[in-house]
Design a protein around this ligand. Structure first.
Ligand SMILES: Cc1ncc(COP(=O)(O)O)c(C=O)c1O
Length: 426
């Protein structure tokens, strides 16, 4: 890092200059937000054709004759299952379409395992004393929140270029019976944008868990969210079958960032045994999900090709935003060596690692200058980033002009925090 190579006097001057620039920015009373990982208004408007698809009762009939305005059909319309089957390359009979939030499906799946156990499991998870989940980090805060809420102990697993540390995962899973699950975002992981390599996916498929009720929670939230053309993720479902591990993966996805966030469709894919077990509880929980929403999504998108065409429009809106952030990082932080960051080819986030011990300081400085960032620590279990260095950047929501301003402020804060730290260590 540049700041640790210069003399104390030079560093003092540098800190003073950066502080003066920072004070000028504070005077501008900015109000900018880079914390929200959600599509902007233009993006959600891309799907407004969905709202036009069902104009009268006659439009509301499924291909199997079901009147979608009425009760019935627990696990999804056949055409909705086919749509997700096409997207995920998993047979329709292994798909359950449920509600409008994949997070909700994940939460329910964990609760069901806690209360009733998983398919083939002898005891509910909650009757087995302390149980644990493996958590690739940095990761998605809401996965970790589910575990924390249920009292499931979380173990950090470092992420690498090809996905999480598989040696560590294989060791934990094969040796510790209390390890019951792992959270994975295998394509464009939140927040680093990593795509698990074929080898990583194969190793997941081949796991030999000590616990007979271990499950892989495979949250494929960004399955079709490529910014620069398709990157193919290996198919865990078919690979698991090859290894006789059909029941291991439970795969989740949704159209939250395809159609409407929180008002799209969510789906789960798994073995027949897993789906049957889920449906048994689901039949108590609901008479059926919103089939009108399923039907209008299918009428609008038709199939995976329709979804892929649509995603190109999202990509065209998102690319300039990702590029604005990455360009600023390269120009303003790169030469000083005060940070490293991911340069994702898709998804919704960029991960920024500042000088260890400085992330909280950067967050506070940014807040002082009117820029809201995702809370530091959110990307780790229990909200604790052991190195206090990771920041999750969400470029999708603000307009490009605001984003450029916000990222410039952020870069200044990263530099100031790094310079202050170097000074304190001189
Ligand atoms: C990895 C991941 N999974 C799930 C979700 C939420 O999905 P849904 O809207 O389907 O509940 C998000 C939203 O940011 C996410 O990043």
């Amino acid at each position: 890092m540049y700041y640790s190579q210069i003399s104390k006097e030079q560093l003092n001057d540098e800190c003073r200059a950066l502080r003066a620039q920072y004070d000028e920015l504070v005077k501008k009373e900015l109000k900018l937000d880079m914390s929200r990982g959600k599509p902007d208004t233009e993006q959600v408007s891309l799907s407004d054709g969905i709202l036009e698809t069902l104009r009268s009762g006659g439009d509301c009939i499924s291909e199997n004759g079901t009147d979608c305005r009425n009760y019935g059909v627990l696990d999804g319309l056949p055409e909705a299952k086919k749509l997700f089957s096409d997207i995920l390359d998993i047979p329709p009979e292994n798909i359950l379409v449920g509600g409008c939030s994949s997070l909700s499906l994940m939460y329910d799946e964990v609760v069901r395992a806690m209360l009733f156990g998983v398919a083939g499991g002898k005891l509910p998870w909650s009757a087995q004393g302390k149980i644990k989940f493996l958590c690739p980090v940095p990761g998605y805060d809401r996965h970790f929140a589910i575990c924390e809420h249920m009292g499931i102990e979380m173990i950090n697993i470092p992420m690498g270029q090809d996905g999480p540390d598989m040696d560590m995962i294989e060791r934990y899973v094969s040796e510790d019976e209390s390890v019951k699950g792992i959270w994975c975002v295998p394509k464009y992981s939140n927040p680093e944008g990593t795509v698990y390599s074929d080898e990583t996916v194969r190793r997941f498929a081949a796991l030999k868990p000590k616990a007979d009720d271990f499950r892989i929670f495979w949250d494929n939230a960004y399955a079709v969210h490529d910014l620069y053309g398709e990157i193919k993720l290996a198919n865990l479902f078919t690979l698991a079958h090859e290894y006789g591990n059909d029941d291991l993966p439970i795969i989740f996805t949704s159209t939250s960032k395809i159609s409407y966030a929180g008002a799209g469709l969510a789906a789960m894919a798994a073995s027949k045994a897993n789906i049957d077990k889920t449906k048994k509880s689901l039949a108590i929980q609901t008479i059926g999900y919103d089939k009108l929403n399923q039907l209008r999504h299918v009428k609008y998108f038709k199939n995976a090709a329709g979804v892929n065409e649509h995603m190109k429009k999202h990509a065209a809106l998102l690319r300039p935003k990702f590029e604005a952030v990455i360009r600023a990082f390269r120009d303003e932080l790169g030469p000083l060596g005060v940070a490293s960051w991911s340069e994702p080819r898709g998804g919704y986030f960029i991960s920024l690692n500042v000088v260890p011990g400085c992330a909280k300081r950067v967050y506070e400085l940014a807040r002082g200058a009117g820029v809201t960032l995702t809370t530091v620590g959110a990307t780790f279990p229990y909200g604790i980033d052991p190195l206090d260095r990771n920041l999750r950047i969400a470029p999708s929501y603000p307009p490009v002009s605001e984003l450029k301003e916000a990222v410039h402020v952020l870069c200044l804060c990263v530099r100031l925090a790094a310079a202050e730290r170097a000074l304190s260590e001189k």
